[in-house]
Design a protein around this ligand. Structure first.
Ligand SMILES: NC(=O)c1ccc[n+]([C@@H]2O[C@H](COP(=O)([O-])OP(=O)(O)OC[C@H]3O[C@@H](n4cnc5c(N)ncnc54)[C@H](OP(=O)(O)O)[C@@H]3O)[C@@H](O)[C@H]2O)c1
Length: 284
């Protein structure tokens, strides 16, 4: 349930999503989960199939354009919260027709690499929270890094956190550039885990396991190890050492990983992702 916020003569408590794709649907699904949002939810989404599927959510109205929304809701329409869920490269163009209702609103952006400065320029509002979610959000098991501009008050932070809660965990970071590190670690992170699962499955199949069995073993191992780590107070290295008896099978595998420099390669990979996020933020 999203908290309401002041913000204008009509529709002050309304939430507008700009972009109704995967990430928006994960957030809207959470918003309406307990029988629908108590406040109006509007989505601007040019794609007709996406609009049709959004219309299935209780209390959600999907519009083909900002102009259509303004025509339907009235020129005095002032939503409390605007959620930016379009691809970063279409943000600037998508923001132009929204300008009549953005200056007074709180903004939540889930777009990778679009700075709060760029959002302020395009919307006329400095009340901005940037979030970096990840794909497990689609099944309520994501983690989103969040960073708020100083202009966002405690109520604004709480409203954004409530909106994201159904998608999983949230973690506030103190400075906006740290969101590039969050992007490199948890934003892109599911791909690294899938990469490890793929390699484990490939090895299992090479050693004679049927592919579905190898996949099940690899998936359950990654999920179980992460759950054990989350429940433990011990450093992760201690958990690793506990399953690594000297001269044993795990020892042999870890020696091989060390010889191949796998940990250092992972660290370099995350730096590459962070550098790319910074570049995208500069418009590259
Ligand atoms: N998916 C993730 O796991 C994830 C994780 C972290 C961050 N993000 C961020 O979330 C944002 C959305 O990602 P997504 O995966 O949800 O992408 P997506 O599924 O492609 O959704 C974006 C939607 O925006 C629509 N759109 C295009 N131009 C528009 C406009 N001018 N006005 C309104 N809507 C417009 C697109 O419609 P058409 O398809 O018809 O063009 C599409 O349905 C991105 O900025 C991404 O960086 C996503």
């Amino acid at each position: 349930m999203v908290a309401t916020m002041g913000g204008g003569p009509q529709g002050g408590a309304a939430t507008v999503f700009v972009g109704g794709g995967n990430m928006a649907r994960a957030l809207i699904g959470g918003l309406v989960r307990d029988g629908g949002s108590t406040t109006p939810v509007h989505v601007i989404e040019p794609g007709e199939p996406a609009r049709r599927s959004l219309a299935g959510f209780a209390g959600v109205r999907a519009w083909a354009s900002a102009e259509a929304l303004l025509e339907g809701a009235g020129a005095g329409f002032r939503p409390g919260l605007v959620v930016w869920a379009v691809k970063p490269q279409v943000f600037a163009a998508a923001a132009v027709p929204c300008r009549p209702f953005t200056a007074a609103a709180l903004h939540l952006s889930v777009m990778a690499g679009v700075t709060s400065h760029a959002i302020e320029q395009a919307t006329g509002s400095a009340r901005i929270v940037r979030a970096m979610p990840n794909t497990p959000a689609l099944i309520g098991q994501g983690i989103a890094g969040l960073c708020a501009r100083p202009e966002v008050d405690a109520a604004g932070r709480a409203a954004v956190q409530a909106l994201l809660a159904p998608t999983g965990q949230t973690l506030w970071v103190g400075e906006e550039p740290l969101l590039d590190a969050v992007t490199a670690l948890s934003g892109s992170g599911p791909a690294y885990v899938f990469y490890v699962i793929e390699a484990m499955v490939e090895a299992g199949v090479q050693m004679g396991l049927p592919a579905p069995d190898a996949r099940r073993l690899a998936e359950a191992t990654c999920a179980g190890a992460a759950a054990l780590s989350m429940q433990s107070e011990e450093p992760v290295a201690v958990l690793r050492e506990r399953v690594t008896s000297p001269g044993g099978t795990t020892f042999a595998a870890l020696q091989s990983l060390r010889t191949d420099g796998v940990a250092a390669a992972f660290v370099r990979a995350l730096h590459a992702a962070r550098d790319r996020a910074e570049e995208l933020g500069r418009g590259g």
